[in-house]
Design a protein around this ligand. Structure first.
Ligand SMILES: [Zn+2]
Length: 248
């Protein structure tokens, strides 16, 4: 992908703010001021930060502990693996606090004769939408520690960390959250009906916030091959880890 970085002046401190094609909201690395690129105006949503609690040394400890635990892994995984890359990235997320009600009508075919059933599912969510289009991240495995969020503070962001900007605005994220929640409800509905005839959802929005959360992307080498780990920088939990095939 050919990406051209552009620059605008931060409307708060005047420092150059770099952004790439597709990015919609950008945060100044010198003062932490967040700007909506299209309008050049200040971002007026709550912008939060989840703190990273690991440096590279402690993060390697998490990786080694993961390698040494669980019987799915080769016994010499920790001993024979070399960590080749560790990057701390603050990923941008939209958190959609909402109540979603899905009304459905469907056919229950497990009995004879089949019957038509109607019902509704209503649930409350803090639904997380990753504000990046090409980043592979297990969003549904990630239980963002919202209790630990603080107002975005650029001074808490390590100099070696990368902060990614949002590629989605509020409306796009909201629409995506609604679709994802409806898909989740469709899945839940399968318990009650075998074939859906009609389905519609209403999302009641309570609040939306924008946040950056620390995620470590780690690459390790084991027997000539590379594998990736994705680790929550707040808790040290492995969110996704590639395991070499175990050959006994
Ligand atoms: Zn600035």
């Amino acid at each position: 992908m050919a990406i051209v970085a552009k620059e605008i002046g931060c409307s708060h401190c005047g420092a150059p703010v770099e952004f790439k094609a597709g990015e919609i909201v950008t945060t100044c690395r010198y003062c932490g001021f967040t700007t909506v690129i299209q309008t050049g105006k200040a971002f007026n949503f709550e912008h939060s930060l989840i703190l990273n609690n690991y440096d590279a040394v402690r993060m390697e400890g998490c990786v080694r502990a993961w390698m040494s635990s669980g019987f799915m892994k080769p016994g010499d995984l920790s001993k024979k693996s070399k960590i080749v890359e560790m990057n701390l990235v603050y990923l941008p997320f939209w958190v959609v606090f909402s109540v979603v009600t899905t009304k459905y009508k469907g056919v229950f075919e497990r009995i004879s004769p089949p019957v038509v059933k109607e019902g509704q599912i209503e649930k409350e969510y803090n639904w997380l939408v990753l504000a990046r289009k090409a980043t592979v991240f297990p969003t549904r495995e990630y239980d963002v520690p919202l209790a630990g969020k603080i107002p975005y503070d650029f001074q808490k962001v390590e100099a070696y960390a990368k902060v990614l900007n949002s590629e989605m605005d509020k409306d796009e994220s909201l629409e995506l959250a609604k679709q994802q929640i409806e898909n989740h409800h469709s899945f839940l509905i399968q318990r009650n009906v075998d074939r859906v005839i009609d389905l519609s959802s209403v999302l009641e929005l309570k609040q939306m916030l924008y946040l950056h959360a620390p995620v470590w992307f780690v690459k390790y080498q084991y027997k000539e091959k590379l594998y990736q780990l994705i680790i929550d920088g707040s808790t040290g939990n492995v969110l996704k880890g590639d395991i070499p095939l175990n050959r006994f």
